[in-house]
Design a protein around this ligand. Structure first.
Ligand code: FAD
Length: 390
């Protein structure tokens, strides 16, 4: 069946798995996000409470946490995953703990990812485990490596341990047939991250695609980078995995470039980003025999275009080469309608202790209040569905 251009307007499909009470709760949350003052004050209080180790976790758990996260444990996640699976939607599991600094923290993150691989093994609805590379090593060390600064003996040993963590998780994923997506981060460490991820793709993507890198198309150099890397993978005989995103650190990138006086790595306007994103999707689909792609976006036009292109190129909608993904708690009109039409879909699902996931939740709340954010759209759709149900 041909994809209808207004497919994402179908709120009946989008919210079929939500009870009236759940829908009302989501409505209240997005209404709250509509107030930047409330969100900013709430975020500041939450940050302070975290620093002072105040017991704010329960307050978060029953509000934002449950809306945007899978649960604190695998047992809790199982329920969320099973519910999504009823609509043929998978998940990308992400241990949502951020900004750690010691070897002990990095080893814990690795151990958590290994446990997630064990949990995912043979569950076809867990499409991938997402790994934040800086959960395996110090940000400043990646920066030094990228700048080709001389490392001390201790730093050299530290970086070797980072490489070993990458290798361990990728090998374990490969041996257990679980897919890993490496998240993309700031441009001033991304070359170092790319190098490690490419090494892993070379090693483990020989027969199937187990390791994916993330390509941020808000950077004006990334479309070319993607094409060059895919060509190199073809020459070297491995499969290239690409999670395509626009990018999450735009303001930070621009500010740093301005402050240090170099050309911003970010497109000067949104149109440039959109064009590159859609071209990157098309490029991956056209090179499907050697590329596996995750279209990770809430942009309705980009998702629609990707669906139409797949049909035009006669790519089976459920091919393992293509997955569409949106964050859990957002973009249900996209995910559920895509799944209904037989496309592979997955929700990006963070999990972990409430207090550790709070920084992720604050980012989601702030992102949803920004002018370009999704709140207006989410709220309109939820309101429409509540009205439709009468
Ligand atoms: C499953 C999933 C995984 C993700 N993983 C990562 C990751 O690993 N690393 C990462 O960085 N991000 C990641 N993101 C976030 C992503 O990069 C975007 O921030 C977010 O999805 C919004 O972009 P969009 O395509 O959904 O929607 P849109 O609303 O169409 O685009 C918004 C994005 O466009 C860009 N933009 C907006 N205005 C301008 C402007 N004036 N000039 C230039 N660019 C502009 C920014 O990137 C902004 O975030 C992920 C998102 C999803 C859904």
């Amino acid at each position: 069946m041909k994809v209808s251009p207004d497919i994402f307007e179908n709120t009946e499909v989008a919210y079929a798995s939500k009870s009236n009470a759940e829908l009302r709760k989501a409505q209240a949350l997005f209404k709250l996000f509509g107030s930047p003052l409330l969100v900013n004050t709430g975020s500041a209080i939450a940050n302070l409470a975290l620093k002072l180790r105040l017991p704010v976790a329960p307050l978060f758990k029953y509000t934002v946490y449950n809306h945007f996260s899978g649960g604190e444990t695998f047992k809790e996640c199982k329920r969320t995953i099973a519910k999504l699976a009823e609509s043929n939607i998978g998940v990308l599991l992400n241990y949502g703990v951020e900004l750690k600094e010691t070897d002990e923290d990095f080893d814990t993150a690795l151990q958590k990812n290994i446990e997630a691989i064990d949990f995912s093994h043979k569950n076809k609805y867990i499409r991938a485990i997402c790994v934040k590379p800086t959960s395996y090593g110090r940000f400043a060390l990646f920066e030094k490596v990228q700048n080709k600064e001389t490392l001390s003996a201790e730093e050299t040993a530290q970086y070797e341990r980072v490489r070993q963590r990458f290798d361990k998780v990728c090998q374990y994923a490969h041996d257990n047939e679980v897919v890993l997506y490496m998240d993309a981060e700031e441009s001033w460490i991304q070359d170092a991250l790319d190098e490690l991820t490419n090494e892993m793709m070379y090693k483990y993507n020989r027969k199937k695609c187990y390791v994916y890198n993330t390509i941020q198309l808000y950077r004006w150099d990334r479309l070319n980078y993607l094409k060059t890397e895919v060509a190199e993978a073809k020459v070297q005989g491995y499969l290239y995995g690409a999670k395509l995103v626009r990018g999450a650190y735009m303001e930070k990138e621009r500010e740093r470039a301005k402050e240090l006086g170099y050309k911003s790595p970010i497109h000067t306007n949104k149109k440039g980003v959109d064009t590159d994103f859609d071209e990157a999707v098309e490029f991956c689909l056209q090179n499907k025999e050697s590329v596996y792609v995750c279209v990770a976006s809430h942009n309705e036009h980009s998702n629609l275009l990707a669906m139409q292109q797949m049909d035009a190129l006669h790519i089976a909608r459920d091919t393992p080469h293509v997955v569409f993904s949106q964050l859990y708690g957002m973009g249900d009109n996209i995910t559920f309608n895509l799944a209904k039409q037989g496309f592979n879909t997955a929700k990006y699902l963070p999990y972990g202790p409430v207090k550790d996931v709070i920084p992720y939740l604050i980012r989601r709340a702030q992102e949803n209040t920004s002018v370009s954010g999704q709140t207006g759209r989410e709220l309109t759709l939820i309101n429409r569905e509540i009205k439709r149900r009468g």
